[in-house]
Write a protein that binds this ligand. Structure first.
Ligand code: SAH
Length: 361
């Protein structure tokens, strides 16, 4: 009896997954049904399809990015984030140009060909200063990709940094729904402005990454469905998602973490929605489960972003509790990362790891 009930419930789900794979499109109701109706069997089916799609585009290659967290000063006060401005317990730091270049040098030797400069929204890093950093990296590493992840800036600022040599930009949209966005952010930030930044970045010519936290406070299947519709519309080159994890010095200290299970499921759905997407198995995923990154790859991800920041500052860029920054999360352990990827049948490559898209677009 139970078997037949499962079958009845399971089958339309599998059909929806087939439809998503074929059409790269679903209605909001279909997204909600897929998210709310998921079971372990449905997930297994999804991951098999997601791996097949990912392998058609990227083979067994895993792209690595060296993450340089160059400042944890932030003028914003996002309710979930450990480096929000009102967290007076955060021990603030910023790296200077020489320190950033040292990170790149170390990363280059380890086989990284993409450097990701991520930080809080730190007014110290004016357009002039960021431009100087981008130009210095571009001059020394002409064959490497430079990715910026420094939050919301003006169109002119994004353009100037692009002209200085930046190739990619990561700016998670965090959540598409304006009401949900307002519950996670202070009043001066809005979902619409964030989305406009992403459109500006794309228009300028960056490879663009949006994304969201899975299991953030107040999130519903409907909001996740809206995130998927936004991603379908924006068509970003990259999508960064990871579980929400509480930070003890934020208003969300007592909120539960997002789950491994739902994060993996969303990764699989995103791979089917955008077959060519660059999809990282993120640090947050590696933090909530020791094999989180490998499971992320098995669900359809194809990128990992180990930490290249100087060891002394790693423990200070704490967006959430217990953030992983040793072991496989550390760039120095890239050899272990290679081995762990080989064990699951994948190959870390020395490459810029650009988006492989349809040439006509
Ligand atoms: N200031 C930059 C970088 C933000 S940190 C920007 O605005 O883009 C990078 C990402 O970490 C954020 O976009 C957010 O999605 C994620 N993050 C922040 N706090 C988190 C938490 N408590 N749990 C999980 N992810 C978090």
């Amino acid at each position: 009896m139970l078997y037949s009930v499962e079958k009845v419930l399971g089958e339309p789900m599998l059909k929806l997954i087939d439809k998503l794979k074929e059409m790269n499109h679903l209605t909001k109701e279909e997204w909600m049904a897929l998210i709310e109706g998921r079971t372990a069997d449905v997930a297994e089916y999804l991951f098999t399809q997601a791996r097949a799609v990912r392998e058609q585009v990227y083979g067994k290659d895993i792209y690595i990015r060296g993450l340089i967290e160059f400042t944890n000063y932030c003028k914003n006060d996002c309710l979930y984030c450990g480096i929000r401005r009102s967290n007076t317990n955060a021990c603030r730091y910023r790296l200077d140009l020489g320190e950033i270049l040292q990170c790149c040098e170390k990363g280059y030797e380890l086989g990284f060909r993409t450097f990701v400069l991520q930080g809080g929204e730190d007014a110290y890093f004016t357009d002039e200063r960021l431009e100087q950093i981008v130009k210095a990296i571009r001059g020394r590493y002409p064959e490497c990709a430079i990715t910026l992840s420094v939050g919301e800036r003006s169109y002119e600022s994004y353009k100037r940094l692009f002209d200085a040599g930046a190739d990619r930009y990561l700016l998670r949209h965090e959540t598409y729904n304006s009401e949900h966005y307002a519950k996670l952010h202070p009043a001066e930030l809005s979902a619409k402005t964030r989305q406009q930044c992403l459109r500006n970045l794309k228009e300028i010519g960056y490879q663009v990454g949006c994304g969201f936290m899975v299991g953030s406070p107040y999130q519903t299947a409907e909001y996740l469905a809206e995130d998927m519709m936004f991603i379908a519309d924006l068509k970003p080159h990259m999508v960064g998602i990871g579980p929400f994890i509480p930070h003890k010095d934020t208003p969300f200290a007592k909120e539960p973490s997002g789950t491994l299970e739902l994060t993996l499921y969303m990764l699989g759905l995103i791979r089917l929605l955008l077959p060519n997407v660059l999809l990282p198995a993120t640090t947050a995923l590696g933090t909530i489960a020791p094999n989180g990154r490998e499971l992320g790859i098995m669900a359809g991800a194809n990128v990992v972003m180990p930490n290249l920041s100087p060891s002394v500052v790693r423990e200070k860029y704490l967006l959430y509790n217990d953030k992983a920054y040793t072991g496989l999360e550390a760039a120095e352990s890239v050899q272990e990362l290679r081995e762990s990827m080989q064990q699951i049948g994948y190959e870390v490559v020395v490459s810029r790891g650009d988006w492989l898209g349809e040439r006509s677009k």
